[in-house]
Design a binder for this molecule. Structure first.
Ligand code: UD1
Ligand code: UDP
Length: 374
């Protein structure tokens, strides 16, 4: 009898990081056949991750264009992904999270009556505009999904409250922790050239503040305010700000205009994953609007200020290792200064805490899938 076929599809850096542990788990077994399709909604950022984890996609749609629009990207994925489905004829499609790739791939699967499996399901802010467009991408993907892999009990409850049957939900932990374990293990065995360059840049006498940002709802005034806040924070000579800048032109422009050339601020290209997790581990404080970084940092014991007004990841906020500061300059500066100066406040936040799982999420996902094909 022919094996059942699973197709993994993703397109951006964070989806790659979080889907690869699942792909690796599937590649170790022989009961189901699996293939990998990348839309390449991201190009350089995606390739960094594929190369580090040594994953070679079976299909690469190579869809990214510079300054792409949501509608343009959506229509290109819909059209191109159909051809992959026609070629491979999968029984199951795995998508991750809340990107345009995830939602449109799920929609295309539905149009072809193929079962959809959603990794990192059930996170919600219930605010249509924040994160934008991700909240709606994730909700719509959830409506189409057959099997939901929820990272936490709270995300599973969101799905149950929306009428999803408990039998179709598995609480797995977040695969970001699986990836972090895989990544740290690889970095310990082999320090890359990029990490050696970072060692040259970093001044061990100074407290390292690591920054990332890319959210659409922060474009414009939000990013201007974030950069002004960082400029203020970097005036303290005991601080070093390291900021790998996302390639989105809406981010690059304000960041380089306001922060380039300042003392104590190092603007860098996006870091390969292994160098970034090494940097997180080295840092004193992290300031970010990233979803994934919010999940990784607590397990490294690093306090995080999140430059967003809402979060679909309340677990670390509730545990006290993450604080939401929005994009208000005064709020970012005051919270950062408090943590940089007040050792008690810092120690309270920097406890190692892991609300997002034990690094065994991928195995749980595989076991569920194998049960389905028996
Ligand atoms: C996308 C996702 C977001 C995710 C983020 C992770 C959507 C709508 N957005 O946002 O959910 O949190 O990725 O980083 O799915 N670019 C490059 N090279 C790259 C990547 C991006 O040049 O490797 C530039 C291009 O000009 C591209 C632009 O960034 O057009 C925006 O990329 P896009 O994927 O549309 O949006 P992100 O803001 O990266
Ligand atoms: N990351 C990386 N290099 C960087 C910045 C982030 O590899 O320069 C990793 C980080 O460890 C995390 C993921 O990228 O796993 C987060 O991606 P991003 O912030 O772009 O997207 P989000 O998680 O907000 O969707």
């Amino acid at each position: 009898m022919e094996k059942e076929k699973v197709l993994f599809v993703f397109g951006t850096r964070p989806e790659a990081i979080k889907m690869i542990p699942v792909i690796k788990a599937f590649q170790k077994q022989e009961e189901v056949a699996s293939k990998v399709c990348v839309t390449a909604q991201h190009r350089e950022l995606l390739d960094q991750v594929l190369s580090f984890f040594e994953v070679k996609p079976d299909y690469d749609l190579d869809l990214m264009t510079k300054g792409q629009t949501l509608s343009g990207l959506t229509s290109r994925i819909l059209d191109s992904f159909q051809r992959v489905i026609d070629d491979f004829e999968p029984d199951y499609i795995y998508v991750h999270g809340d990107t345009t790739t995830s939602f449109v791939a799920a929609l295309t699967a539905f149009y072809n009556s193929i079962k959809v499996c959603h990794v990192e399901a059930g996170l919600r802010t219930f605010n249509k505009w924040s994160p934008y467009p991700e909240e709606i991408n994730r909700q719509l993907t959830g409506r189409i999904t057959d099997y939901h892999f929820a990272p936490t009990q709270a995300s599973a409850m969101n799905l149950i409250n929306e009428g999803v049957f408990e039998k179709d939900i598995v609480v797995t932990g977040n695969t970001v922790i699986d990836a972090l374990h895989l990544g740290l293990e690889k970095v310990r065995l082999n320090k890359t050239d990029q990490i050696r360059v970072l060692e040259e840049i970093i001044d061990d006498e100074k407290k390292l503040v690591l920054v990332t940002g890319h959210r659409r709802e922060n474009f414009g005034d939000g990013f201007l305010s974030i950069c002004e806040a960082l400029k203020d924070i970097a005036q303290d000579k005991n601080i070093q700000v390291i900021y790998p800048v996302h390639l989105n032109p809406n981010v690059q422009k304000p960041v380089y205009e306001i922060l380039d050339g300042l003392d104590n601020v190092h603007l860098l290209p996006p870091m390969p994953y292994e160098a970034f997790i090494w940097l997180m581990d080295k840092s004193y404080l992290i300031i970010t609007d990233s979803g994934g970084v919010q999940e990784e940092a607590p397990s490294l014991g690093k306090p995080v200020l999140v430059m967003r007004d809402t979060t679909e990841r309340p677990e670390a906020v509730e545990a006290g290792t993450v604080i939401l500061v929005g994009t208000d300059k005064e709020k970012i500066v005051s919270e950062a200064t408090r943590l940089l100066k007040d050792v008690d406040a810092y120690n309270k936040m920097s406890r190692t805490h892991n609300p997002y799982g034990d690094g065994k999420a991928a195995q749980k996902i595989l076991e569920f899938q194998l049960d389905k094909v028996k």
